[in-house]
Design a protein around this ligand. Structure first.
Ligand code: NZQ
Ligand code: ZN
Length: 390
């Protein structure tokens, strides 16, 4: 196990009705005026925004609203938010939504106190200071409510880039009411499940040895996610299943599954190009990319895939390569049960421009990228080709 420093300072407030605490929580963090950030309207239709603003008003927190954040959020909305937060003198940013809304809120938070272009942070500049951010989570998926990451697409050139700032950008609090997720379309629930599983896979496929505790946390979480996701499919208002999936999304990405070990993250790089170029849902893209990446790894370095297959999918096979392949088949079968795509055509990209994807992923991630087996352009190409599923 590698040396590590682990600190996850977000305060998680979990359960029914916790969104009504938003105002008091902002006061506790020293905020007096909040920029509320929302997506395309689900929180208006569900009445959530109304409840949250009432909570702020009751607590005496002034507020203004930035709406219309789209999935795979873009830089133009961040510029708009920075301008609004400065003009309105907001000292707190409240994201009410999913990963796209939270990531936009974080990028605005970094941009407000900075004199230059916020995109500098996505080009390598360290985020030193940020306006505090709070979250009311509506979809378990990206794990942004507990991560220090933000992922934004620059429209000029369609560059989707992720940055990590473990302290400045971690939300101060996350209000997590599983009932808020009852209104999710099944396709979004299942894409969220694929995303959180991928966050565990990115950490599970490691070259670090002697990490049995994190291996077992990862395996246990994956088993729980599979069981609880199928319960949601059977009954979308199963509170406990929704609660387990909501907390799994956080556990998968707040760092606990990755301490003391090298992580990979190549599959996220490969997927971000699909989202940037074709606008696909991140989790659905990962349901296609991860089995293809694992297939490549089953040839190149099958040990971790074989352990995953044996421990999570109960595959009984002594040969690492064939065990890994059987595990991938079981994973794909689960994804199909969750009505997720498992190849590029099912994802709606029958004629993917693989040359472009390979060029962009290496431009954005460097060469090689990933760590379990570092990927060169020929490797990335093979994985995208495998994702075609033909
Ligand atoms: O925009 P609205 O109308 O709110 O609808 C959203 C959106 O269309 C809808 N939705 C959310 N909650 C709902 C709901 N519909 C009904 N009822 C509810 N309760 O779901 C759609 C997707 O929302 P989005 O915020 O895009 O989902 P997600 O949480 O999956 O976020 C995806 C983004 O997060 C990034 C992804 O790349 C992608 O851009 N990621 C961020 C990470 C991070 N910051 O740590 C890590 C991840 O790996 C990921 O890359
Ligand atoms: Zn992800």
């Amino acid at each position: 196990m590698n040396n590590f420093f682990f600190c996850t300072p977000t305060k998680y407030v979990f359960g029914r009705d916790v969104e009504n605490e938003a105002g008091q929580r902002i006061i506790d963090e020293g905020g007096t005026k909040a920029l509320i950030v929302i997506g395309g309207g689900s929180v208006v239709r569900s009445g959530l925004l109304d409840r949250v603003t009432k909570s702020l008003e009751k607590a005496g927190i002034a507020h203004c609203l930035l709406s219309g954040i789209q999935p795979n959020p873009v830089d133009t909305k961040v510029y708009e938010g920075i301008k609004m937060a400065r003009a309105e003198r907001c000292d707190f940013i409240l994201a009410v939504g999913g990963g796209s809304v939270i990531d936009t809120a974080k990028a605005i938070a970094a941009g407000v106190p900075y004199d230059g272009d916020f995109w500098d942070f996505f080009m390598g500049r360290k985020v030193e200071r940020a306006v505090p951010v709070g979250v009311v989570l509506t979809i378990p998926a990206a794990g942004s409510e507990g991560s220090g990451n933000t992922v934004i697409t620059r429209l000029d050139g369609l560059h989707k880039i992720s940055i990590r700032s473990p302290y400045a950008l971690r939300p101060k609090f996350a209000l997590m009411n599983p009932e808020l997720t009852y209104t999710l379309p099944f396709s979004q629930t299942s894409a969220g499940v694929a995303d959180m599983m991928s966050h565990i896979f990115e950490r599970y496929f490691t070259n670090t040895t002697g990490v049995e505790i994190t291996d077992r946390i990862c395996e246990g979480a994956l088993k729980a996610i599979i069981t609880e996701a199928l319960k949601i499919k059977a009954n979308p208002t199963d509170y406990d299943a929704r609660a387990n999936i909501m907390w799994s999304g956080t556990v998968a990405h707040n760092g606990i599954c990755g301490v003391g070990r090298e992580e990979d993250w190549a599959s996220h790089g490969l997927e971000h190009e699909l989202s940037a170029v074709y606008g696909v849902t991140h989790g659905a893209g990962l349901a296609v990319i991860f089995p293809a990446w694992m297939t490549f790894m089953a040839e190149r370095k099958p040990a971790r895939g074989a352990q995953l297959a044996r421990r999570v999918f109960d595959i009984d096979d002594d040969d690492d390569r064939s065990a890994a392949i059987k595990g991938i088949e079981r994973l794909k079968a689960f994804y199909r049960e969750m009505e997720l795509p498992t190849n590029l055509a099912e994802l709606g990209i029958p004629d993917a421009d693989i040359d472009l994807l390979v060029e962009k992923v290496h431009e954005n991630k460097g060469t090689p990228f990933g760590s379990y087996v570092p990927l060169y352009p020929d490797d990335s190409r093979r994985i995208y080709e495998t994702a075609k599923g033909v």
